[in-house]
Design a protein around this ligand. Sequence first.
Ligand code: AFP
Length: 331
Amino acid sequence: MSPKTAQELALPVGVTLDRFIMLSQTAFPYATGELSQLLRDIALAGKIINREINRAGLVDIAGGNGTDNVQGENQQKLDIIANIRFIRALKNGGEVCAILSEEDEDIIHTGNDHGKYVVAMDPLDGSSNIDVNVSIGTIFSIYRRISPIDEPATREDFLQGGRKQVAAGYILYGSSTMLVYSTGDGVNGFTYDHSLGEFILSHKNIRSPENGTIYSVNDGYINDYPAFVQDYLTKCKAQSCTARYIGSLVADFHRNLLRGGVYLYPSTKKTPEGKLRLLYECYPLAFIAEKSGGKAIDGFGPILDIVPTSFHQRSPIYVGSPSMVDEVMKL
Ligand code: AFP
């Protein structure tokens, strides 16, 4: 066996998230660094939540808290912890003037009225999966405020519409922890290296496969779905497509983004508006989908074109590889 070169013995660790953000920022001569700092704050919150999740089961933070959130859903202790962690990181970071969270009815003013940005987020999605060690995620969406600086943020800052997002992304707490985000110019993924405490660029310029074989849907509700979705699912089965459904949006979306597939959460008789929330679930994932070459629609048109009317409104969503999303509508 030939001896290894010095290079081979000490392989580079790769590009850290901080360095990547810094390099991306220098490509824009007028960038002030505020959005960069905000992305770092989100990454920091992600690291802290990652730590909390990994301790679930060892300390008393797993399970329900016996409270309901604004959606009337059972709050898990980790929902509450993740919410606090995110709000604190964004408050301390100073770039965000207000936050909209799945966990809170109204917007949260951070006290940083000079901050240029607002963030809509689902701090911990799929949290009913925590107790059984299944992947969960954080989803975030960033807007530049339209209200005047140095005044409190307004509703309108959050209701600008999906096309006005300046950045969006998610953190997947899975077999490894990953941060995937876009500022509009490509989609990049960073894997968390626990030993270094750093996110390292691992998935550069992610492109959605044009087509795929995976369809992700809650098949148990099939009789409640609109006819065109039932027809599509019948066709998927006839073609022996691969059914994969974790029931954790970030994990299902991420797998399909890398492998090629479509995620469907249609309207049902029980939830005619769909289940997923427009501002902090559908918009950010639609942004990532489009920026990677994929598609996201609500059954009528692009998700990003929906005009929002309220903070916690819901939408049906069909998102993933463009040919598969087109196929859902064709039938
Ligand atoms: P929870 O946060 O209550 O686990 O909901 C998860 C979720 O919002 C999303 O992550 C899943 O894709 C979707 O709901 C699953 O919903 P169904 O259980 O109705 O399939």
